[in-house]
Design a protein around this ligand. Sequence first.
Ligand code: AMP
Ligand code: GLY
Length: 443
Amino acid sequence: MSINAKSPKSSSKLKNILIIGNGGRENSLAWAIQKNEIVKKVYLVPGNAGSERIKKCERIKIDINNKIKLVEKLNFLKIDLIVIGPETPLAEGLADLLRKKDFRVFGPGKDGAKLEYSKSWAKEFMHDANIPTSKFWKVNSLEEAKKIIHLSPFPLVVKVDGLASGKGVFIPDSKEECFKAAESIFNGKFGDSGNVVVLEEKIQGPEVSVFALCDGERYILLPTAQDHKRLNEKDKGPNTGGMGAYSPTPLLTKKHLNRVIREIIEPTINELNKRNIDYKGVIYFGLMITKSGPKVIEYNCRFGDPECQTIMPLMDQNFVFLLEKCSMGRLTGDEKIKTPDKVSGCVIATSKGYPKEYKTGFQIKIGKIDPNDCQIFDSGTALNENGELLTDGGRVLSIVCQDKDFDMVFKKAYRNLKEINFEGIFFRSDIGHQVRKNINTGI
Ligand code: AMP
Ligand code: GLY
């Protein structure tokens, strides 16, 4: 796949890139960015134990909350472009601070990050711009919530307004469960994030993820993806951060995608402009394809994880120029990401017990991995004093493969996954079931 980013060389002095974050997402961004020959070094703050297995990558230890030291270090390293991965530093205004210090930053300011860090704000934003989404009620007290839940003919989805590390959404089957969810939030389980609750009509349909790289006015779409949020096969079990993904998804046909652009993406960017929000970063549209058309389930102000790991291998070396152009407000509108001749799939290996309690510190053994079109991006790993790789999180690593169709992709992914071992390793064996003819992986 190649990206036609106009006269890339002329635009750039992109020797030193810095990525903030410590997940598989950030490792995959680093991997895609280092492919460009003009990039000399990619620094990750803090990165994880897999970061330095990626060419040109180096981890640096610095507290991003110590702004003075951070800026000093970035100046010392002569950083040409900063990519902020996770939502928390974006919501805290890190991009604003770094831009004020004249750095080029890919990532929205605090005003744009509000699309993710306040669900009620995002819902009102969609309402004002006539963007299709489920009906909602913003409530400030348990009494108010109870009244609405009681009057509703159906159980409502209950959401914490603020950031909750993916744990703030409840999808109850009964009104009693709705009351309980609202009660737990207003009782302080989520701290200040739960001062406001959003109640939503429950909608149905397959979910897809769409990513727009945005320069403030213009945008370019990445290949679409589908995540697998549930822990277990057949999409059962509790919600997780994501157990695997594939890209692009045929669920979003050209016709659907045009509708998404017309009814969702362009109105979102127009509304941001109307509100004087100069959004330079990625907008993640979490969509549900309902019977009455695509609707927004949520916005995020960052790349999805594991969608990012899945999409990055489809990018060619010009990807970094797109990030730079966004950071400078200089997309021309002529950039094209050509239809891939390969598709990509990702399976996440987790620690036993995730997303609830799990143990870490188990040694990870990696055997012979296919050198062609197969990547391992660490999510939660650490090195011990002997340099051995250990589990250090719920989601431990992603195995990502590309090939000419999804059957080949997942055959390769599961074959290579057999080469990875740690105590309690868990993964779904049906990732990509929506697009595979044969889900007998031989496991
Ligand atoms: P969110 O963090 O808002 O994306 O929600 C997490 C998951 O909850 C989504 O991926 C959906 O599967 C589900 N969800 C959220 N809102 C709704 C809704 N209004 N109707 C049905 N399912 C929902
Ligand atoms: N894959 C879902 C997320 O990143 O929120």
